[in-house]
Design a binder for this molecule. Structure first.
Ligand SMILES: O=C(O)c1cccc(C(=O)CC[C@H]2O[C@@H](n3cnc4c(=O)[nH]cnc43)[C@H](O)[C@@H]2O)c1
Ligand SMILES: [Zn+2]
Length: 355
């Protein structure tokens, strides 16, 4: 765990952590390669010894300590380099779903960057078959429903945008589980408006718009994501807190934020958890969802992120259950799917001894 993990000091903390552990949850902002557990990374690193990624789990914890966001992306891409075959893709996806199921994650929208794999030589059709095979097996075996968000790695330029939208909209490639279209990577020097034509094409093909914005740049990036990319949710949106008009807009138009507290500390986008603006978001009436982003890389998991949020927002079990319901409401599940997980959350909460 990073220093953002919440120490389980008293009985109340331990009770809340137990409640969170068993709570049915949905996750809306979590990256595919960034979810590779130390075991998977070690296995892949041992398989590909030419990589600079350490295979020893202890050395890996050091390797996953970031000086800033740019350093994080450099390390992230070194792990991407370990995914070399469709079987690597399938194994990673299936194991990520297993880790989610262990945390009672019932539904997740997993952000995948197909460009990074196809440019490294993985055949696009084989890539899609691998993620779909893992998705179906995971749903059948673990009961966790996975859906995909394909994101453009913005810093890789418009070539990556073209390839991503092609794979997302061409019937020969578009996987059944794909629901949304995103934009990730560094924000500095990567203006959002240049991606408008690609988002227009994805939206016209029925995909939902969920770009990262305001993670490492100011509120103007969030405005661009809303107005140019027609964002329906915002990845991070951290700097929105610096613009009261933007907060009011997000609240009024019910545009949820995908908040990832530990990620923001690990990439040094926010200095300390105490300075994290999550409380300002809820005070302004913005719909907040809690997410883990790249959990093993940030020494966290979704359960820990809920515990962090509970501390920052001073929530009890019912408050935490409301956060879990926010994620379901903000998801791209259909009405019946939302009702099913919401009912599971309510049943679990009602049966919890302390509530
Ligand atoms: O794949 C390449 O060759 C490549 C070339 C140039 C730039 C890039 C990227 O910028 C890839 C970024 C990568 O990072 C993922 N990610 C994971 N967590 C976050 C986050 O918190 N904020 C932004 N991006 C994040 C993203 O999904 C991309 O896959 C790649
Ligand atoms: Zn992210």
């Amino acid at each position: 765990m990073t220093d953002s993990s919440v120490p389980a000091t008293g009985t109340a903390d331990r009770d809340l952590r137990s409640f969170i552990a068993g709570l049915p949850k949905a996750e809306l902002h979590v990256h595919h390669v960034g979810s590779a557990s130390p075991r998977i990374v070690s296995e892949l690193a041992a398989r590909h010894p030419d990589s600079k990624v350490p295979s020893d789990p202890e050395a890996l914890a050091d390797y996953f300590t970031f000086t800033d966001f740019a350093h994080f992306i450099e390390v992230y891409l070194s792990v991407v380099d370990l995914i070399r075959t469709p079987e690597d893709v399938r194994l990673l996806t299936y194991e990520v779903a297993r880790d989610m199921a262990r945390q009672h994650v019932r539904y997740a929208e997993l952000t995948i960057t197909p460009f990074s794999s196809t440019r490294r030589g993985i055949d696009a059709r084989a890539f899609m078959d691998a993620i779909e095979d893992a998705r179906k097996s995971a749903e059948a075996e673990f009961g966790t429903v996975l859906r995909w968000c394909f994101d453009i790695p913005g810093e890789a330029g418009l070539e990556s945008a073209e390839e991503t939208v092609r794979l997302a909209t061409d019937d020969r490639f578009r996987p059944e589980g794909l629901v949304s279209f995103g934009l990730g990577g560094p924000e500095i020097g990567v203006p959002r408006p240049q991606f408008k034509p690609y988002f227009d094409r994805a939206i016209a093909a029925g995909l939902r718009s969920v770009p990262h914005a305001g993670e490492t740049t100011g509120p103007e990036t969030v405005w661009d994501a809303l107005t140019e990319l027609r964002a329906e949710r915002i990845g991070h949106g951290t700097s929105s807190a610096r613009d009261p008009k933007l907060l009011a807009h997000l609240a009024e138009h019910r545009v949820p934020l995908e908040v990832c507290p530990t990620s923001n500390i690990a990439t040094r986008a926010v200095r300390t958890l105490e300075e994290h603006p999550i409380k300002e978001f809820t005070r302004a009436g913005v719909l907040v969802t809690i997410n883990s982003d790249d959990p093993p890389m940030f020494g966290t998991d979704l359960n820990n992120e809920y515990a962090v949020a509970a501390r920052l927002l001073d929530l009890d079990e019912r408050g935490v259950a409301d956060l879990a319901k926010n994620a379901v409401a903000a998801s791209f599940l259909d009405t019946a799917g939302k009702a099913r997980i919401t009912a599971e959350i309510d049943t679990y909460t009602a049966a919890w001894p302390a509530s």
